[in-house]
Design a protein around this ligand. Structure first.
Ligand SMILES: O=P(O)(O)OC[C@H]1O[C@H](OP(=O)(O)OP(=O)(O)O)[C@H](O)[C@@H]1O
Ligand code: HPA
Length: 181
């Protein structure tokens, strides 16, 4: 497995450098600070992919907020999605809260749409979604994100939380796997 990971990493195309991603995070944080000021949001990090983006966004957010996590996994370390497995639901009550869901990538949008529906079912008053990457697809998605860092063509990506078979989430840049164009 590690050999495959090394090959994927060595042959990948850099789509956005670390500096470009950090600048996108700055822009997202500015927009979130403006939009959610005074709403006392509960931030939900979507595990596992959202870890890096949430961590990097949170220190840029200057508003009072709480933090919790949710884990709805659809890819299970594969490169194509299946049915959603609910691994973890938030421990904090969602009722009457404004939520900010943070994830790494909006691909087909199935995961984020399911998470938003769950949050509304639980009585959240407003649900905002922030994603670092919105993949450009040739068809409509079931949900749009309120805060988007970068748009990327439809290739399989890794870095900044996005994984290739469970690895490479820690890559400091956004990369596309070779041959996946
Ligand atoms: O828009 P979609 O096509 O539904 O895909 C996007 C979701 O897929 C990834 O999660 P994954 O299921 O791989 O779990 P992970 O966060 O643990 O990587 C990613 O973190 C998003 O949550
Ligand atoms: O391109 C991707 N990379 C990693 N995880 C993902 N989950 C959906 N799409 C992707």
């Amino acid at each position: 497995m590690l050999k495959e990971i090394q090959t994927v990493q060595a042959t990948a195309d850099l789509i956005y450098s670390e500096a470009q991603v950090e600048a996108a995070l700055d822009r997202m944080a500015l927009a979130i600070n403006n939009e959610l000021a005074g709403s006392n949001p509960l931030v939900l990090c979507v595990l596992n992919g959202g870890i890096v983006v949430a961590g990097k966004l949170l220190t840029r957010l200057k508003i009072p907020l709480n933090i919790d996590s949710i884990n709805a996994s659809r890819y299970q370390n594969q490169t194509s999605g299946g049915t959603i497995e609910w691994v973890l639901k938030p421990g904090m009550p969602l009722r009457d809260r404004t939520l900010l869901i943070i994830d790494d990538v909006l691909d087909e949008g199935i995961t984020l749409a399911a998470i938003k529906a769950y949050c509304l079912e639980q009585g959240a008053t407003a649900v905002y979604c922030a994603v670092l990457v919105d993949k450009l697809l040739d068809h409509d998605k079931p949900i749009r994100a309120d805060f988007v860092g970068l748009q990327v063509e439809n290739r399989y990506l890794f870095g900044y939380g996005m994984d290739y078979k469970g690895y490479l989430r820690n890559a400091a840049g956004i990369y596309a796997c070779k041959g996946d164009a």
